[in-house]
Design a protein around this ligand. Structure first.
Ligand code: FAD
Length: 568
């Protein structure tokens, strides 16, 4: 039996059930592209010698290495690894790559594989080895004085939080709405949380990565032997290369320094809602400038009414028909719940009197520019000279806004399941990067709403307000056993993508199945960006063994050899 993925019993149960319950067709064994059964078996024996027999998985044991939300799994389009290999340290990882180079077996790297909605642990290319790094799980350092952590890939957000609590460290790590993912994996895929360091990749400081030939490189001051500033400064001497390892197949990140929020004296839980669909324009035009001028230094998270309903239960309990929930019913539900059509949530963090002053200023601006909206601010504070314990902030104010990890948002994917039981909950999304302008966002939500409703889906969305842009997330929760749902999701995605393309919008992150499509948008000067990255790829990974096709970057042998196309 392979060792469990999680020590946390709740996470392990939910993890095992997530995969087990999502399988609609038996797993079928596949081989790596261009590799014979004989060579593959020989390589597997060698992987076993390196990591141990029980850390190489094949056959039915691969059920935890598929995409639990795969759209056309029942039709035989599942993306499958040929085996999973789980090294526990740098030396094992290096030897695994040596074998992969020797046999030309590509690996698909992930840290916790919880990239749900984007493929989970499943490879872009059928037959890759699932290179599962969850056993490389050391928290190497948490420095409370400078507020940073250095972690290995397998460390989850929950483990980092628990470590800080256990060691009484006065730092607040950021956490996404699910705490079981990897700090490294989420950050490399440009994931986000909710606290002041929510835009995780902007807080990376000092990375160590293994190249395809087993060599380790470090970035920034981390590359200076004995530097006391390894995780304190993003300055470097020459080109900054950290970005080469984000959403990338140029190396495998083995250590990451990441900045945390120093525990503040006080936290204010703020919310602002507006009742009507068109009010999104006002919200963006009032809050956008405040994000830029620093009155609101942290991400503002805005969700629509339907997303809110998605957290309350199944859709059929709210509206029995299969078409979109009509306006009158939405208004009725909105009134019952006493929320807005748009609901903004954000936190203020720091010295009590300073954040109170920010809030007073915000109140004045909102009263003048958005009088129709409702603003609330609940402050939680430690005495002067002390810092706030995030666990002391009660529901519904704390949670991920104070960095407390949980699996809070997971039930959302069950929204479209039949109320009497059955079905498999899943989700997919289209998440464009849009300028932070009210008129532009309003125009987009109108477009997105009509695209969703044409397929009998509701507009289920949220957006994250950054200083100059918003990341808009059109969510499509669906029942994976329902063919009509699957077809609708595919059509909605294609139509949103096309409308986004016409407006020059790209996605901030992508499912493995749409990586080439998104990469194709970066077309300036006949795709000079792609050609530049491919040039680096061919130089540092000549056998093309690291995550082929990730983010639309293909190694030379895949670009030039038609026989590999069958595996895509
Ligand atoms: C209900 C729900 C809510 C969600 N909420 C959020 C949210 O609030 N914020 C958010 O960001 N996401 C959210 N997600 C998406 C996703 O679940 C998280 O982003 C999750 O943290 C990603 O999985 P992971 O951390 O295990 O990363 P992994 O799956 O381990 O990694 C992600 C990708 O990064 C690359 N990678 C990973 N490790 C390495 C490495 N060591 N070297 C090189 N490349 C590597 C791989 O390509 C991998 O596919 C949500 C999903 C669902 C279903």
């Amino acid at each position: 039996m392979p060792t469990p993925a999680y020590r946390n019993a709740e996470y392990q149960t939910v993890h095992a059930n997530l995969f087990k319950d999502s399988i609609t067709a038996p797993l079928k064994a596949v081989l790596p592209p261009g590799v014979t059964r004989y060579a593959f078996d020989a390589a597997v024996m060698q992987y076993m010698v390196i990591v141990g027999h029980d850390q190489v998985l094949q056959g039915d044991a691969l059920e935890e290495y598929i995409d639990p939300y795969e759209l056309y799994e029942a039709e035989g389009k599942r993306k499958m690894p040929s085996a999973a290999v789980r090294p526990k340290n740098i030396e094992e990882l290096r030897r695994v790559l040596n074998i992969s180079n020797e046999y030309n077996i590509p690996v698909w790297t992930f840290s916790r594989g919880k990239n749900l909605g984007y493929g989970g642990p499943a490879p872009r290319v059928n037959g890759c080895i699932a290179l599962d790094l969850h056993r490389m799980n050391k928290i190497l350092e948490v420095n409370a004085e400078y507020s940073y952590a250095v972690v290995e890939p397998g460390v989850t957000f929950t483990e980092l939080y628990d470590y800080c609590v256990e060691h009484k460290l006065k730092v607040w790590p950021s956490v996404p709405s699910l705490g079981w993912g990897s700090v490294v994996g989420n950050t490399l895929d440009r994931g986000t949380g909710f606290t002041p360091t929510a835009t995780h990749h902007q807080h990376i400081c000092g990375v160590e990565a293994m190249l395809a030939n087993g060599e380790l490189v470090r970035t920034g001051q981390f590359a200076v032997s004995g530097s006391p500033s390894s995780h304190l400064s993003k300055f470097t001497f020459g080109p900054s290369i950290e970005g080469l390892f984000l959403q990338s197949n140029l190396g495998i990140v083995t250590k990451m320094g990441i900045w945390l929020t120093p525990a503040p004296q006080a936290f204010m839980s703020c919310s602002f809602d507006m009742p009507d669909f068109e009010d999104v324009e006002t919200i963006v035009d009032v809050f956008g400038p405040l994000r830029r001028d620093g009155l609101l230094p942290n991400t503002v998270y805005v969700s629509n009414l339907v997303e809110w309903l998605g957290m309350m239960g199944k859709r059929e309990e709210l509206w029995p028909e299969s078409g979109p929930i009509p306006e009158w019913r939405l208004k009725e539900l909105q009134k019952q719940l006493d929320i807005g059509y748009w609901n903004a949530k954000f936190g203020l963090y720091g010295a009590r009197d300073v954040i109170q002053a920010h809030f007073e200023e915000l109140k004045k601006i909102v009263a003048l520019k958005a009088p129709k909206g409702r603003l609330t601010g609940d402050i939680f504070s430690a005495p002067d000279g002390e810092t706030l314990d995030p666990a002391s902030v009660p529901d519904p104010h704390g949670g991920f806004f104070v960095g407390m990890p949980s699996l809070w948002s997971l039930p959302m994917v069950k929204f479209r399941l039949p109320k009497d039981g059955g079905g498999i909950g899943a989700h997919y999304d289209y998440s464009p990067i849009i300028p932070s302008s009210g008129a532009t966002v309003l125009e987009w939500v109108k477009t997105a709403k009509s695209i969703c409703e044409a397929e009998s889906f509701d507009l289920f969305c949220d957006f994250f307000m950054h200083e100059r842009h918003v990341i808009f997330v059109n969510m499509m929760t669906f029942d994976k056993t329902n063919l009509a749902h699957r077809q609708a999701v595919e059509t909605i995605f294609a139509n949103l993508f096309e409308e986004g393309r016409k407006r020059g919008y790209s996605k901030y992150r992508s499912h493995i199945n749409t990586m080439d499509l998104v990469a194709g948008l970066y077309d300036f000067n006949d795709h000079a960006y792609r050609r530049f990255v491919e040039t680096i790829k061919d130089a540092v990974d000549p056998n093309g063994i690291l995550s082929p096709g990730k983010q639309g970057i293909w190694p030379k042998r895949f670009r030039e050899n038609e026989k590999f196309k069958a595996h895509l």
